[in-house]
Design a protein around this ligand. Structure first.
Ligand SMILES: [Zn+2]
Length: 280
């Protein structure tokens, strides 16, 4: 192992401690929580210790910049350090850490041979890729690429009514970095399924990605007594949910079955009494 490899593994161990869930190998590092903030501060120090300048933009994307060729565009690489509330340690974190170490190594080579540098280097930690605390997901990269309006993203509230702007400001993670000219972008990501393992490959190149559409439905039935209402008279809202939420129902039959998934993220019913059929 090289010195870089050993340093990477040591830092990899440290990054998994932020938001670590006791008794598991997982982490709880939702966007702009204290655990996310702690990790961001640690990551900024890591970047600075390798000579990179740390900047944050208005939606909290964190950039590590190294200017080798004044005025030239940047080769940008990175992923996200935030996680779902009960998630694994790898996910986006590997992409960020691998990007950082790749850039540290390239930076070392280019500093030794400055004439060969054509572009500058940038590492990014996108804000709120997961979307579990603040919807939608891919918020930081969405604003950066102009797919999502900054003000709309900043006004988004979590379940307790805390806005993105407030949560980022509390951590000191809102900046005024205006962005950078991107020459190219690369992101490495750990696959969270088994298809690559089944295919016997260790590295896959992404040539397509899933399109996520998120909907909120209200199913209206009729509140009724579960003892006295005949089965033929029932309009049970929960049965309606069951019938409409099976994966790959009729609306998606033109897609290959394995290309389409339809999870139900959250459902509530009312009334929730033991002898009543729910109305909604
Ligand atoms: Zn991810």
């Amino acid at each position: 192992m090289t010195q870089h490899d050993e340093s990477f593994l040591a830092d990899w161990q440290i990054q998994g401690t932020f938001g670590a869930v006791a008794g598991t190998h997982g982490v709880d590092r939702e966007a702009a929580t204290e655990a996310d903030g702690e990790q961001r501060r640690w990551f900024a120090e890591l970047l600075e210790s390798h000579g990179f300048t740390v900047q944050r933009d208005a939606i909290g994307n964190q950039f590590g910049l190294l200017e080798l060729v004044p005025g030239a565009p940047y080769v940008l690489t990175g992923s996200h350090l935030d996680s779902q509330p009960t998630a694994g340690r790898f996910d986006g974190a590997y992409g960020v850490m691998a990007s950082a170490y790749a850039c540290f190594r390239v930076a070392e080579e280019l500093r030794a041979d400055p004439a060969s540098a054509r572009f500058n280097l940038a590492i990014v930690n996108w804000f709120n890729e997961e979307g579990s605390r603040f919807k939608p997901s891919m918020m930081g990269s969405g604003v950066f690429t102009g797919k999502l309006a900054l003000q709309e993203a900043l006004a988004t509230e979590d379940r307790d009514g805390v806005t993105v702007a407030e949560a980022l400001a509390a951590l000191g993670e809102r900046g005024d970095f205006a962005g950078l000219e991107v020459a190219s972008y690369a992101e490495i990501h750990v696959q969270q399924g088994r298809s690559m393992e089944q295919d016997g490959v260790t590295i896959g190149l992404v040539d397509a990605t899933w399109a996520a559409h998120k909907f909120e439905f209200k199913i209206t039935g009729e509140q009724a007594h579960s003892g006295s209402t005949l089965m033929s008279d029932r309009r049970d809202a929960l049965l309606g949910l069951r019938d409409s939420s099976s994966p790959c129902a009729s609306s998606s039959t033109n897609l290959k079955r394995e290309c389409c998934t339809r999870p139900v993220e959250r459902s509530t019913s009312t009334p929730t009494l033991p002898w009543w059929l729910p109305a909604r």
